[in-house]
Write a protein of this length. Structure first.
Length: 378
């Protein structure tokens, strides 16, 4: 196969190198690297070996056709604008690689259908109710087993290997013929923060799959979606319908019940005008004095996505044979190891030899409804 310069660019950006840094490492000119990445120049075999060594990828990687991508105008790139450009490139290219791994693995299994509503014309509140219904939740009450439900709906969720500092998450629909929703997470945080992040990104997937609007507006809509999805208005009105005063003890109890942080609860109460902005500021000040802004009481267990790792263990054994995995994909074994380490085995359950499940528990140990998610092809 012909050398693919786009693959060199992907490997370089995953390695965190600029064109100038790669050129210096390979004793070449930056302009030459630019031409090679644009497929305007074909390097010799010896130069390809030098470049492969510099970026830490096998030579065979550069013969592969370009992998799946995310639309360049998608919200992914606008929401990462606060990161350095090199980190944005690394996030995008690493996420492309993970998606490619998933698509290659999926060939071994029956297809995982996407069952996620697209409600671009709905209000954030309406979209939240559509999403609850599609995911099998009642219109009221706490959201349980969120990570599992999202994976079962066909969303590919993973923690990004070697996530840069400052990266929390992004969501996007891939640009493939059959688009798939993706949520890429940073390092594991407190469980309540992860759940809020998942709900926020779910809002983007449901409402902003064809993003052309103002970033501030879509972020506000995603926050409104998150609030209604995790803390429905009717429930919050009932919780605070009586004359009982708001206390730190009560806020902590509500955190345990609803699985969201005290700060999110205060945000939602202000959003619904149950409390005034000044009251919210007062309670945030109390939290700050107690050191609770960064370390709240009543911790919610964190969770990890399991689908991708289960597929890898089914395909390459448990523990995963990263060398075989890397060899078949044509990628560095280091990337495979980093991916597995980022997506640890917390709350992980191996299915029977015939099937792969995403059934496990999070909030209040509620199990996901029974049902086969993926099965090996016969």
């Amino acid at each position: 196969m012909a050398f693919n310069g786009e693959r060199l660019k992907q490997a370089r950006e995953i390695a965190g190198l600029t064109q100038k840094e790669l050129a210096d490492a390979a004793n070449l000119e930056q302009s030459y690297i630019s031409l090679v990445e644009q497929n305007a120049r074909k390097p010799s075999d010896s130069v390809i070996e030098t470049l492969a060594l510099a970026v830490g990828f096998p030579v065979t990687f550069f013969d592969l056709p370009s992998g799946p991508d995310y639309p360049l105008g998608s919200i992914l790139f606008r929401r990462l604008s606060s990161l350095p450009s090199a980190d944005v490139a690394r996030v995008r290219q690493s996420a492309r690689m993970v998606m490619e791994i998933f698509l290659n693995l999926q060939k071994r299994f029956r297809h995982l259908q996407v069952a996620l509503p697209r409600a671009g014309d709905a209000s954030p509140s309406q979209a939240a109710h559509f999403a609850r219904s599609a995911l099998g939740y009642a219109p009221d009450g706490p959201v349980r087993a969120l990570m599992s439900r999202l994976e079962k709906s066909g969303i590919l969720i993973f923690r990004l290997p070697a996530a840069p500092v400052g990266f929390d998450a992004f969501s996007a629909w891939t640009s493939e013929k059959e688009a798939r929703p993706v949520i890429a997470l940073g390092k594991s945080l407190a469980g309540e923060r992860d759940r809020a992040t998942l709900a926020h990104e779910l809002g983007h997937l449901v409402m902003h799959w064809s993003f052309l609007g103002d970033l501030k507006i879509v972020e506000r809509e995603a926050l409104e979606f998150m609030g209604e999805f995790l803390l429905p208005e009717d429930d919050m009105q009932q919780e605070f319908a009586g004359d009982d005063p708001i206390t730190l003890t009560r806020l902590a109890e509500l955190k345990g019940k609803w699985g969201v942080s005290i700060q999110i609860i205060l945000f939602r109460l202000e959003q619904l005008e149950i409390i005034a902005p000044q009251k919210k500021s007062y309670w945030r000040g109390r939290l700050d004095k107690l050191g609770w802004l960064d370390n709240e009481p009543v911790p919610i267990p964190s969770d990890n996505p399991v689908l991708l790792r289960q597929m890898l263990e089914k395909a390459y054994g448990a523990p995963v044979d990263t060398r075989a995995f890397a060899r078949e994909m044509g990628i560095p074994s280091r990337f495979c190891t980093d991916l597995l380490q980022a997506n640890g085995r917390e709350a992980f359950t191996v299915g029977t030899p015939e099937r792969v499940d995403t059934e496990r528990t999070d909030l209040d140990k509620e199990a996901v409804p029974q049902g086969t998610v993926l099965m090996f092809r016969k």
